[in-house]
Design a protein around this ligand. Structure first.
Ligand code: AOF
Ligand code: ZN
Length: 364
């Protein structure tokens, strides 16, 4: 049992570990994880975070900074058998945002690295739902380490929302975005749709693209709008991370389509089976998908119960007419309406961003 004071101190340390986690990339398939090592007096002696897929995990990154000259991250991360035991962290507590992993992936199991380093206590926020990677807490307990789970769990779950969703459901987390007028139109009667929202909202969209592993559009949008689907900064420059462009549908993408100039390889998938399309993307390592339309594709994801988050950019304009932002959702009566809860409401220039999630859980 821990006292309320200890609980409060661990929550504070966990929040710090979460802020460290945020230094790592949200893209690339791996979770953002942070770790602090504290001594018996509660002083932080080392900090670490995960710098992206293929690099050492947060725990190993922190252990490597302990100043034990002869220990390097690769050695710690690769130590699964207890060879190279050094007890560099004897008596320390590791505060880590995600349950230490228990598997040999691209690096070794962190639970074993923590055991080898001799930590006496491990505190984590969220259990790892991964079928292979989970179970680190048990391994640590079996090794005689005190383990405290669930500190600041709600905050950490919110922080890791998309990765946890993808790992639990074994399909990418799906964000569906659209921009519309206040009366829900995404284009004028003649089909013109540029520009519904202003620059602040459009810049926000670019930032969201840069936080996704893939951007998904339908062939209809490619043929109608010829989008480039790159993530760009204020001055039109390409941002560092570019999501992979994915086109759903069977119609041919023209040879001179702007999408063909995208820095990442264009992927086209038959869009008639969204489950199969998402499986293919998950297999390819994609964990965050940003669906940018048009209305047919957006509606299909929502109707299928596969939209985990909606980003709706509303412009203070009215268009009326037939070009609605969403089409058929399989809803024929009020009782079947898709209920949402709004998680964020933010002015962006003259426009408004609404972030919403389905009121009930989405499906695998
Ligand atoms: C991370 N960073 O700090 C922690 C992770 O392919 P690997 O070997 O990098 O393993 C990735 C898995 O390891 C990941 O899906 C998660 O379950 C677990 N923990 N991963 O990328 C970290 N602690
Ligand atoms: Zn790990």
């Amino acid at each position: 049992m821990i006292t309320p004071e200890q609980q409060a101190q661990l929550e504070k340390l966990m929040r710090h570990a979460l802020s460290l986690a945020g230094h790592g990339p949200i893209t690339g398939g791996n979770p953002q994880v942070g770790c602090v090592l504290v001594d018996a007096t509660g002083q932080i002696v080392a900090e670490g975070w995960h710098h992206g897929a293929g690099t050492p995990h947060a725990e190993v990154d922190a252990l490597a900074k302990l100043g034990a000259g002869d220990v390097d991250a690769s050695e710690l991360g690769g130590s699964a058998t207890g060879t190279g035991v050094r007890h560099v962290a004897a008596g320390l507590t590791a505060v880590v945002t995600l349950e230490p992993c228990n598997h040999h992936g691209r690096t070794g199991p962190c639970a074993q690295a923590l055991l080898d380093a001799g930590v006496s206590r491990v505190v984590y926020a969220v259990p790892d739902p991964g079928p292979d990677s989970g179970g680190g807490a048990e391994r640590l307990r079996d090794g005689g380490v005190e383990v405290i789970a669930g500190i600041a769990r709600a905050e950490a779950e919110e922080f890791l929302h998309s990765w946890l969703t993808a790992t639990r459901l074994q399909r990418p987390h799906v964000t569906v975005k659209w921009a519309s007028t206040l009366d829900g139109r995404a284009a004028a009667a003649d089909g013109t749709s540029q520009w519904i929202t202003g620059t602040a909202a459009r810049q926000h969209v670019h930032e969201q693209r840069a936080r996704a592993d893939a951007i998904v559009v339908g062939t209809g949008t490619v043929l109608a709008d010829d989008p480039s689907l790159t993530a760009r900064g204020d001055a039109g420059e390409l941002l560092e991370w570019q999501p992979q462009p994915v086109v759903l549908g069977r119609r041919e993408i023209p040879a001179d389509a702007q999408l063909r100039q995208h820095p990442e390889k264009l992927r086209q998938i038959d869009g008639s089976d969204l489950d199969a399309a998402l499986s293919e993307l998950f297999e390819a390592g994609i964990r965050r998908v940003f669906v940018e339309g048009g209305p047919t594709i957006a509606s299909a994801f929502i109707a299928a119960g596969l939209a985990d988050e909606l980003l709706i950019y509303l412009a203070p304009k009215l268009l009326g007419g037939p070009q609605v932002a969403l089409g058929e959702l399989g809803v024929s009566t009020m009782a079947e309406a898709k209920d949402l809860s709004i998680t964020e409401l933010r002015p962006l220039g003259n426009d408004v961003l609404i972030v919403a999630r389905p009121a009930t859980e989405t499906r695998a």
